[in-house]
Design a protein around this ligand. Structure first.
Ligand SMILES: [Zn+2]
Length: 254
């Protein structure tokens, strides 16, 4: 299914006339940067369910073997060499055109920042991999320095202040979201005239709650995702095209 020129122009006109645009992005926007998604058919956890334990707080905190595996995965992660793609850059252009006020992302890869998006408009609802944090005291610092300790032979580096367990500053399964980030996302969804859901299956809370808030406040809902989402029937337009192609084409019309 290919989006027609008329559909793209329709979305562009909504964006041109909007006072407040909120974008939500998920794993689909980063797959063209070589970052695998986790739950899809070729996802990391689908192919290797044991790896999911490394992202589950209960296992991470209780099992040193899970932590050692997690640190090995972090050292080898594609995220350190991944580059933003044309879809990330299109959202930077949209911001420069004054038509992107808040960008909520489920991604932890930091590629929106790397693309040049203003950090103050980005809400990383699931945290990010750039930082490490202590699970006992409130220490946090750059992930790169902690990974250096792993490369030098510490297989489960502890907090140098309190000896506590260190973890990436991402939200694991079983871990609470940062309340302020969730609130910012919900407020941005409520203020939106146009809400774009990009590369997300809209199946997992809190992402799944945001389009509902936008629709209740009479926003236009546009979904750009390769696969079906539960919100397709209520969306104003659904776009299935490859994001690295269709997003630049859309933003060029704004
Ligand atoms: Zn500590």
């Amino acid at each position: 299914m290919t989006t027609t020129a008329a559909e793209l122009e329709q979305i562009a006109s909504w964006l041109r006339n909007a006072n407040y645009v909120t974008v939500l992005t998920g794993a689909g926007i980063s797959t063209e940067s070589g970052i695998p998604d986790f739950r899809g058919p070729d996802g990391v956890w689908t192919k290797n369910p044991a790896a999911e334990k490394t992202a589950t707080l209960q296992y991470y905190m209780s099992d040193p073997a899970v932590r050692r595996l997690a640190w090995q995965n972090r050292v080898k992660s594609e995220m350190w060499t991944a580059e933003p793609n044309a879809a990330h850059r299109a959202l930077v252009d949209l911001e420069h055109k004054g038509r992107l006020q808040t960008l909520v992302t489920q991604n932890i890869d930091g590629l929106h920042h790397a693309a040049g998006q203003s950090p103050e408009i980005v809400v990383e609802i699931h945290g990010n991999v750039r930082d490490a944090k202590c699970m006992t005291c409130d220490w946090h610092g750059p992930m790169a320095a902690t990974l250096e300790r792993v490369r030098e032979g510490e297989d489960d580096p502890g907090c140098r202040l309190c000896g506590g367990i260190l973890k990436s500053a991402t939200i694991s399964f079983g871990e609470n979201l940062v309340a302020a980030d969730l609130q910012r996302s919900q407020i941005a969804a409520g203020r939106a005239d146009v809400f774009l859901a990009i590369g997300t299956s809209l199946a997992v809370f809190p992402a799944a709650g945001l389009p509902d808030i936008a629709l209740r406040n009479n926003a236009r809902l546009v979904i750009l995702n390769a696969e079906e989402t539960p919100f397709d029937p209520v969306a104003d337009v659904v776009v299935r095209d490859q994001l690295g192609t269709v997003l630049p084409a859309l933003v060029a019309l704004v």
